[in-house]
Design a binder for this molecule. Structure first.
Ligand code: FES
Length: 187
């Protein structure tokens, strides 16, 4: 057992489906719609690295309207909310981690967000690699061809996302270097 990176907020959205049950059909499509709305809102806020949204099975409430959501950490609020609609997405996510300025995020703020995203994705890539072959190190996953166990579509996808984040980071660093001393807001 070991500690793993934790988000600022983690929402578990029920999208459970059941047929012919006296408990009803489950959150199903309503849960899917809420999940999509939450993912959109998180992306809009630029909080992908710190706010995680996960679909889950039944949370034991089974509402007739909307969907049920479990949240962690709950803070002062209830850990379970139900009858949640997609229009509740912004309220459910709470205040933004940091309100963007009217001029939008600075290059330095973008760089920090990308750093967090890269770190998170690197850990995901390593965790996934270790599920495929226990004991692999960060150095090992740099040479995936040496490990046939890593010939896995999910691992390649995660590694591709990491490469994408790193490319954007490089481009942003070049932009910051190119503009250093120039007209941009970098802090
Ligand atoms: S089916 Fe969603 S809480 Fe039970």
């Amino acid at each position: 057992m070991r500690d793993a990176p934790a988000p600022r907020l983690h929402l578990f959205v029920c999208a459970n489906r059941r047929e012919g049950s006296p408990l009803g059909p489950g959150c199903g499509d309503r849960g899917d719609a809420l999940y999509d709305a939450l993912k959109r809102e998180v992306a809009l806020r630029g909080e992908i690295a710190t706010t995680w949204i996960t679909k889950t099975f039944c949370l034991g409430i089974c509402p007739k309207e909307g969907a049920t959501v479990a949240r962690w950490p709950a803070g002062e609020a209830s850990a379970i909310v139900t009858e949640v609609a997609p229009t509740d997405a912004a309220e459910l996510l709470g205040a933004r981690a940091a309100e963007p300025s009217a001029a939008g995020p600075t290059l330095a703020e973008l760089a920090r967000e990308l750093d967090a995203l890269e770190e998170l994705q690197r850990k995901k890539v390593l965790d996934l690699a270790r599920r495929l072959k226990p004991g692999l190190t960060l150095e090992d996953v740099q040479t995936p061809h040496d490990f046939p166990e890593l010939d896995d579509p999910d691992w390649h996808y995660a590694d591709g996302v990491l490469a994408g984040v790193q490319s954007v980071k490089s481009a942003l660093s070049a932009m910051i270097r190119g503009r250093s001393g120039g007209e941009t807001r970098e802090d």
